[in-house]
Design a protein around this ligand. Structure first.
Ligand code: ZN
Length: 134
């Protein structure tokens, strides 16, 4: 069952993403990101980025939030909110866009800042002509 993502849902997701961002770990690049996904039942799952001295081992907040949902048995993601900066609206990196294509292809993507400003995107807008494993 698809669920409408309301303005109230968006505000809640941005708040949760902002809150979980305080747990992010990234002493190398000092970029701290929080993400919150909402499933088709209205459940929320958060994630924050976790850096590593070996850059290839960094984990993005979106990847952790998507994995958090999956680990709890939630398979239908309706929306994801991402918060990274005070003013700039953060967007998912290329790898996370591909992760969204796999695990949340129809999700609304809420790119937000700490102030609560946001812009909504679809995956088609952020990753047109994406790779799809057949
Ligand atoms: Zn990413």
């Amino acid at each position: 069952m698809s669920r409408t993502v309301s303005e109230q849902n968006i505000k809640e997701m941005i708040k949760r993403a902002t809150d979980v961002r305080s747990h992010a770990y990234n002493p190398y690049y000092k970029t701290y990101v929080g993400a919150c996904v909402m499933d088709d039942q209205g459940n929320f799952f958060e994630g924050c980025n976790v850096g590593n001295g070996v850059g290839l081992l960094d984990s993005c907040a979106e990847a952790i939030a998507l994995g958090h949902a999956r680990a709890k048995g939630s398979y239908t993601i309706e929306a994801i909110a991402i918060v990274g900066f005070e003013h700039e609206l953060i967007t998912p990196c290329g790898a996370c866009r591909q992760r969204l294509a796999e695990l949340a292809p129809g999700a609304k993507i809420i790119c937000a800042n700490i102030q609560g400003d946001y812009k909504l995107y679809s995956l088609d807008e952020l990753l047109p002509h994406r790779y799809e494993c057949k």
